[in-house]
Design a binder for this molecule. Structure first.
Ligand code: NAP
Length: 493
C-alpha cells in the first residue's frame, strides 16, 4: 500500500542542472505514484531573481516528457515556491524561515523538513551553519539533509566539511548521496548473495579467483572539464561509486537487510581495505588519459583539447587497480577495478570469476585449463545477470564449449523501474539511510584513495596514453596479466 509522505523540501541550487534534470522529474514520479499528494511543498532557492510563476513554468518544462495529464502537472507545480538568495547572505534565512512556516501551515507539513543541497560543496558548511543559527532546524518534525558528492577532495577536507555539517545536523539526519546506490541492480547485489545459497556458500577466497568491477563511460568530460580537471577519475569515481560496490560485494551478511545492519557490515569491509605503500601503488594501480583519435570515422578530441582543460594537464581520465581486502573471507582475492572516459562501450558490470577445476579432464593435455565459471552482474545500461558455464559439445569426443545462462531485464522493465534519484528521495522521506553513505564509509574510502593520489603526485605521468574508443591503456591489461588474469569484459570494436 502506498502511504502519503509529508514534507517540505527546500532545494538549494533550485535553478541548477541537477535540480532540473533529476530532482523535479523524480518528485513528479513520486507524486504520480501517490507518495507525494496534498501534503508537500517545495521551496527552490538560488541567486537568480525568479518569480513563483516562472519557477513553476521551469518545473513544468522539466517534467514535460513524463507528464501524463496537464491538470495533474499544474497541480503538482502549484506546490513549488521560489525564493532568490545568496547562500552566504544571513538575512535571507529569516525570510526562508517565514516562508517555511507559511507553507508548513498551508499544506499541514508537520514541520517535516528535507534540505537538499544541490549545489557546489564549497557552500555546504555555510548553509548548514545558517540553517541552525537562524532557527530553521527544530525538534517538532524531522530534519533531514541530503548532500551531493563530492564530499571533500581528500580525507582532511572531507573531515573538515563533516565537522562543519555535524555541528548543525546529527549523523542520522545526514543523507550523503551516491546515486549509484540507488540503482536497482546495485541493490540487487544483496539479493544475488543472500537469497541464493549456491552463491553465498561460494562467496569467499576458497572458490573465487578474482572479482572485476568496470564502470566504463564512452563520453569524454563534455562541459565538465573545469571541475573534472581538478578531480580526476580516482576522486570522481573510485573514492565513491567503485568502493561502494566493492563494499557491497565484500561485506559479511548483515543480521537484517536494514540500514544500520548493512552499513555496519559495509564499514567493516571498507576498514579491511589494504592501505598501500607508495611502492604497492606503483605495482597495483595504473592511470591513463585519453588522447585524440578517430572513432567511427569521426575525429574525437583528446582530453587536453577539451574545453576548460589545461593543455599540459596530468589529470587521469582512467584508473585501473587491484584492491585487496585483508580479512578471512577475502585474503588473497584481488578485486580489480576499472573506470574511464571515452572508452569503447558505456556500461557497468561486475564479473565474479570462480576458481578453476584442479584438472581439465576434457583435454588430452590435462594442464590446458578450462574456461572459468564467471557470474556477471550487469548494472547499466541494462540490468541483469549471466553465468558462464562449460558444457559438452554435441557429437563425438569430449570437447567442451561455453554456455552463457543470461537474464537481462527487458527495456520495458528497466524503463518502469524507478530512477535512482526517485528511489533515494523516497528512502529519505522514509528515513531509510541504507543507500546513502555514512561518514565512516567516506572516511575509510578517502584514506584508501589518498595514498594513491599522494604516490601519483610524486611522478609525472606520460599522458595521453590511450586512444578514445579503446578500453584504456596497455598497462591496465598488464596489471591483470601479471597475475595470470585478463579483463573478462572486453567489448570489441
Ligand atoms: P549547477 O548547475 O552549477 O547548479 C548550481 C546551483 O547553485 C545553481 O542553481 C546556482 O544558481 C546555485 N548557486 C551558485 N552559487 C550560489 C550562491 N552563492 N547562492 C545561492 N545559489 C547559488 O550544478 P549542478 O550540476 O546542478 O550540481 C549541483 C551539485 O550536484 C554539485 O555538488 C554536483 O557535483 C552534484 N551533482 C550533479 C550532478 C548532475 O547531474 N548535474 C550529478 C551528480 C552530482 P544561481 O546561479 O541562480 O545562483
Amino acid at each position: 500500500m502506498i502511504e502519503e509522505k509529508i514534507a517540505l523540501f527546500t532545494i538549494f541550487g533550485g535553478t541548477g542542472d541537477l535540480a532540473r534534470r533529476k530532482l523535479y522529474p523524480s518528485l513528479y514520479r513520486l507524486y504520480k505514484k501517490g507518495f507525494l499528494n496534498k501534503k508537500f511543498a517545495v521551496i527552490g532557492t538560488a541567486r537568480r531573481e525568479w518569480s513563483d510563476e516562472y519557477y513553476r513554468e521551469i518545473v513544468l518544462d522539466t517534467i514535460a516528457e513524463i507528464t501524463e495529464s496537464k491538470e495533474d502537472a499544474i497541480e503538482f507545480a502549484s506546490h513549488f515556491y521560489y525564493q532568490a538568495h545568496n547562500v552566504t547572505d544571513t538575512e535571507h534565512y529569516a525570510s526562508l524561515k517565514t516562508l517555511s512556516q507559511k507553507l508548513n501551515e498551508k499544506y499541514k507539513l508537520e514541520e517535516n523538513h528535507i534540505y537538499y543541497l544541490a549545489m557546489s560543496p564549497q557552500f555546504f558548511g555555510t548553509i548548514t551553519e545558517h540553517l541552525k543559527d537562524q532557527g530553521l532546524i527544530n525538534d517538532t518534525g524531522f530534519n533531514r539533509l541530503i548532500i551531493e558528492k563530492p564530499f571533500g577532495h581528500d580525507y582532511e577536507s572531507a573531515s573538515i566539511l563533516n565537522n562543519q555539517i555535524r555541528s548543525s545536523f546529527k549523523e542520522e539526519q545526514i543523507y550523503r548521496i551516491d546515486h549509484y546506490l540507488g540503482k536497482e541492480m546495485i541493490q540487487n547485489i544483496s539479493a544475488v548473495r543472500f537469497a541464493n545459497a549456491i552463491f553465498e556458500s561460494m562467496w569467499n577466497n576458497r572458490y573465487i579467483d578474482n572479482i572485476q568491477i568496470t564502470l566504463s563511460e564512452s563520453l569524454g568530460v563534455e562541459e565538465r572539464g573545469g571541475y573534472y580537471d581538478t578531480s580526476g577519475a580516482l576522486r570522481d569515481m573510485v573514492q565513491n561509486h567503485i568502493l561502494q560496490v566493492v563494499s557491497l560485494l565484500a561485506m559479511e551478511p548483515p543480521t537484517e537487510l536494514k540500514d544500520e545492519a548493512i552499513r555496519d557490515e559495509k564499514i567493516k569491509a571498507l576498514r579491511s581495505l589494504r592501505i598501500f605503500s607508495p611502492e604497492e601503488v606503483r605495482n597495483y594501480f595504473v592511470r591513463g588519459q585519453y588522447g585524440p583519435s578517430t572513432v567511427n570515422g569521426e575525429n574525437s578530441l583528446g582530453y587536453r583539447e577539451e574545453e576548460n582543460v589545461a593543455d599540459d594537464s596530468t589529470t587521469e581520465t582512467f584508473v585501473a587497480g587491484k584492491v585487496l581486502i585483508d580479512n578471512f573471507r577475502w585474503a588473497g582475492v584481488p578485486f580489480y577495478i576499472r573506470t574511464g572516459k571515452k572508452l569503447r562501450e558505456k556500461g557497468t558490470q561486475i564479473n565474479i570469476q570462480f576458481k578453476n577445476m584442479p584438472l581439465n579432464l576434457f583435454n588430452d593435455d590435462h594442464s590446458v585449463p578450462l574456461e572459468p565459471n564467471v557470474l556477471t552482474i550487469y548494472i547499466q545500461p541494462t540490468e541483469g545477470f549471466s553465468l558462464q558455464l562449460n558444457s559438452k559439445k554435441i557429437g563425438q569426443g569430449l570437447e567442451t564449449e561455453l554456455l552463457n545462462l543470461k537474464h537481462k531485464n527487458s527495456a520495458e522493465t528497466s524503463a518502469n523501474s524507478p530512477e535512482a534519484y526517485e528511489k533515494l528521495i523516497l528512502d529519505c522521506l522514509n528515513g531509510d539511510a541504507t543507500n546513502f553513505t555514512h561518514w565512516d564509509e567516506v572516511a575509510s574510502s578517502w584514506r584508501f584513495v589518498d595514498v594513491i593520489r599522494e604516490a601519483w603526485d610524486q611522478e609525472t605521468p606520460e599522458f595521453p596514453n590511450y586512444p578514445s574508443g579503446s578500453m584504456g591503456p596497455v598497462c591496465s591489461d598488464q596489471l591483470l596479466a601479471s597475475d595470470g588474469f585478463k579483463w573478462f569484459w572486453n567489448p570489441q570494436k
